[in-house]
Design a binder for this molecule. Structure first.
Ligand SMILES: NC(=O)c1ccc[n+]([C@@H]2O[C@H](COP(=O)([O-])OP(=O)(O)OC[C@H]3O[C@@H](n4cnc5c(N)ncnc54)[C@H](OP(=O)(O)O)[C@@H]3O)[C@@H](O)[C@H]2O)c1
Length: 379
């Protein structure tokens, strides 16, 4: 990491931001001394110079840290969790958007400390422990000692959780929040079906729906059944059951499909009450733009979505959606409150130091049961 030390009087007024309190040592960034400020100009980061397998990931020193915009926050990373999106982006998913922007920094989730704030940031101060997640298309991700997120993508880290535990939560939880709270607008007493409840988004959806007073059923692998029941699902069905549709009892107000295969889509739609919402996380916008380019792929995706929305509204009287993660400050605050109250948790299976990011990606990619998230730690 490269640091420039200046007196506060040298930088105040001449810059749109100042970065981090310092004590003259990089290990004490964020301790908040008043007589000097630290400008972080470069740091260690994992770069993705080209698409490919885990071996393309490169941990480099002296990667530039851009200036903060007024609404942005510099976060010194303590832990970042690996999401399926990181693995897919590394392999080329979203290349129509990302290829011209290589090298990228992967990573959405983060837990760490505020190192500096932009001029309009009001809710966070240097030294605060925070957690949060970047939106799916961010180019400078969180696999870096110093990540940049906007103020509404961060909130105070749940006090009861370690950085490792906190970093496992935001991206998955906000994806589930967006679907259940913003799209389906679930209310107490409603019935929610989570297809694929054993993963991070699925477990998040179960816990958020239970906290909202809903009754939750879910499908998952046999090894996940105890876990989904523990976090509040009332009914869990092994997805290898022969007649899955018959095994899931009753009809639902909302179905969140984290798997998004043709058969799970069919089951989800058939099990909805009239007026219910089917939400898949496997929308086709990125895959179509990757295949046909932005100019053709994006309108094609919009056309397919509209056609499905009209078809299912007419045939089943339901609302059909492709759902994507989006930052939501109110949602993140509620997720923090639930975590602190012991009502929300995502299990962590294994941690790796950031220097072993390739091994961490290999572990996440391996076929087979993984009962929790993989987290990268910074020391
Ligand atoms: N659209 C978006 O913005 C967005 C955001 C986040 C995630 N996603 C996508 O959503 C998916 C889930 O993400 P995640 O973070 O929860 O992943 P994850 O933690 O890796 O979990 C994936 C889980 O899927 C389950 N699964 C696999 N096949 C299944 C099937 N046929 N039926 C039921 N469950 C099945 C497995 O559960 P068991 O262990 O129980 O077998 C596995 O644990 C990924 O494809 C991800 O790319 C999309």
């Amino acid at each position: 990491m490269r640091l420039l030390f200046r007196r506060a009087s040298d930088v105040r007024g001449s810059m749109s931001l100042w970065r981090g309190g310092c004590s003259g040592s990089s290990s004490r960034i964020g301790q908040g001394l008043k007589d000097c400020r630290t400008l972080v100009t470069s740091c260690r980061a994992v770069l993705l110079p080209r698409f490919g397998g885990p071996d393309v990931l490169e941990l480099r020193d002296n990667v530039p840290v851009p200036d903060l915009k007024p609404n942005e926050v510099l976060v010194r990373a303590r832990a970042v969790s690996i999401n399926p999106l990181d693995i897919r982006m590394r392999a080329g998913y979203g290349r129509s958007i990302f290829e011209p922007l290589l090298p990228l920094i992967l990573g959405r989730d983060i837990s760490g400390e505020v190192g500096a704030v932009g001029t309009s940031v009001r809710s966070l101060r240097v030294g605060h422990e925070v957690f949060g997640a970047l939106h799916p298309t961010a180019v400078r991700g969180t696999y870096t000692e110093y990540a940049i997120l906007s103020e509404d993508e961060l909130t105070a880290k749940p006090a009861s959780l370690s950085h490792v535990e906190a970093s496992a939560i935001p991206f998955a939880a906000l994806t589930a929040w967006r679907a259940l709270k913003s799209t389906a607008r679930i209310t107490p007493g409603q019935r929610v079906l989570v297809i694929g409840g054993g993963g991070a988004v699925g477990l998040s959806a179960i816990q958020l729906a239970v906290a909202a007073g809903c009754h939750v059923s879910t499908t998952c692998g046999s090894e996940s059944i105890d876990r989904v029941l523990e976090v509040g699902a009332e009914h869990a069905v092994d997805y290898n059951t022969e007649d899955l549709e018959a095994a899931i009892k009753g009809y639902f107000d909302a179905v969140l499909d984290t798997i998004g295969l043709p058969q799970t889509e069919k089951i989800g739609i058939n099990l909805l009450k009239r007026g219910g919402h089917y939400m898949t996380l496997q929308g086709e916008a990125a895959s179509l733009t990757d295949r046909y380019g932005l100019a053709v792929g994006l309108p094609m995706a919009t056309g397919i979505l509209l056609k499905k929305q009209l078809k299912y509204r007419y045939s089943h009287g339901i609302e059909y959606w492709w759902n994507y993660m989006r930052a939501d400050a109110e949602g993140l605050d509620e997720i923090r409150r639930l975590s602190e109250a012991g009502k929300f948790k995502i299990p962590v299976e294994k941690t790796f130091p950031i220097s072993e990011v390739r091994e961490a990606h290999q572990t996440k990619e391996k076929k087979g049961y993984l009962p929790g998230k993989i987290v990268l730690e910074f020391n």
